[in-house]
Design a binder for this molecule. Structure first.
Ligand code: COA
Length: 159
């Protein structure tokens, strides 16, 4: 329940079904369809990918998938259960992904978001992401995406 202590922990193969259930609750159908348990299990096994869970007591409150690419890190998934929103869980998952990307020597964090996702955009802007382009008809149903980027360097201002 909200208010319970939050723990972040790495996902294991046994968690794939629970993460797929969470994604179904947290995201609209045209977004969650591609995150089935088989795909999540592949991401958990992948050495180029980090999947983190947010547990509130016994409940799975959130999950995130970070892809470690050659020049940048990409947030492939960030989802918080609707009953656990605005409690800082998305921010905690993002903080974990930022630390993981930096540790891997990657200082650019990006994600693609449905252009009409107002909550997602507000969350990203609150965390200093900047919009870097629009991708028309990016998703299978023809909707547009925006690319959002965050520079993770401690002092990213020009000298
Ligand atoms: C976007 C999402 C991950 C945010 O998770 P969350 O745990 O509720 O986020 P936090 O509590 O850490 O919010 C941090 C800040 O982001 C901003 N924010 C988050 N949700 C917001 C909303 N619905 N409207 C406006 N601002 C919002 C606020 O500034 C908030 O701080 P505040 O609560 O002190 O005002 C969650 O809404 C979600 O899972 N949405 C569906 C999946 C999705 O869109 N994924 C893409 C994520 S970028």
């Amino acid at each position: 329940m909200p208010g319970t202590d939050l723990r972040l922990l790495p996902a294991r193969a046994v968690h794939a079904q629970a993460v797929a259930r969470l994604v179904r609750l947290a995201m609209p159908e045209h977004q969650h369809a591609r995150w089935d348990a088989a795909r999540i299990a592949r991401r958990i096994r992948s050495p180029n990918c980090a999947l983190v869970l947010a547990a509130a007591g016994r409940y799975l409150a959130g999950a995130a998938v970070l892809d470690l690419l050659s020049e940048q890190a990409q947030i492939a998934l960030l989802a918080v259960h609707p009953q656990y929103r605005r409690l800082g869980i998305g921010s905690a998952l993002l903080g974990w992904m930022e630390a993981t990307a930096s540790t891997a020597g990657l200082f650019t964090l990006q994600l693609k978001l449905e252009a009409s996702n107002g909550a997602g955009r507000a969350f990203c802007f609150a965390h200093h992401f900047h919009e870097r382009g629009r991708l028309p008809a990016f998703y299978a149903d023809g909707t547009a995406a925006v690319r959002l980027v965050r520079d993770l360097r401690v002092n990213s201002e020009p000298a």
